[in-house]
Design a protein around this ligand. Structure first.
Ligand code: FES
Length: 176
């Protein structure tokens, strides 16, 4: 008959070592879990890319048929607006604290739900505060494929004075 030796008892030092490395790997996993999400690149969908909104003639005819109701491009975060003499693209981020500004058809103006700022239908200048300045405008260019709005929020037309300035128009109503 073969007699096996009983397993050697784990001494205190070994026990402490196992506990220490166990706790160390647990802490490491926790740190990794909280850091990894910050290392992933989060893609902002829509904003920042050029948006083709179709031919100028099509946009102008949409304005004609709707009494110049602004046209929302939700993904690009802007409205096309029929300004006096041309088409502009208004970034729908409220200049007060940044809420998304909706169009209010019954009021015939833009009305921010957060603190009640109101903006003009044709120029997006402030009618009632607390917004300090008009909605910012995106640049628009005309290409053979249609009007293209540059939705880069770092390349906006800012209007610190709350007044309409026709020089911001890049797409005039007339032919050409
Ligand atoms: S964020 Fe629009 S009024 Fe305050």
């Amino acid at each position: 008959m073969i007699r096996t030796r009983p397993p050697a008892p784990i001494d205190r030092r070994q026990l402490l070592r196992v506990g220490f490395f166990g706790a160390l790997s647990l802490a490491g996993a926790e740190i990794l879990g909280s850091v990894v999400p910050f290392m992933q690149v989060r893609k902002i969908v829509g904003l920042g890319v050029p948006v083709n909104v179709g031919p100028k003639s099509q946009v102008l005819s949409a304005f004609r048929e709707t009494n110049d109701a602004p046209i929302l491009f939700r993904q690009g975060h802007f409205f096309l607006i029929h300004a006096p003499g041309g088409i502009v693209a208004a970034y729908r981020k409220c200049t007060h604290l940044g809420c998304a500004v909706p169009w209010s058809a019954p009021e015939d103006r833009f009305h921010c739900p957060c603190h009640q700022s109101q903006y003009d239908k044709h120029t997006a200048v402030v009618l009632y505060g607390p917004a300090p300045k008009p909605l910012q405008l995106f640049h628009i260019s005309e290409t053979e494929a249609g009007l293209v709005v540059d939705t880069n929020p770092l390349n906006v037309i800012d209007r610190p004075n709350n007044r309409w300035d026709p020089s911001v128009i890049e797409i005039a109503d007339g032919a050409g």
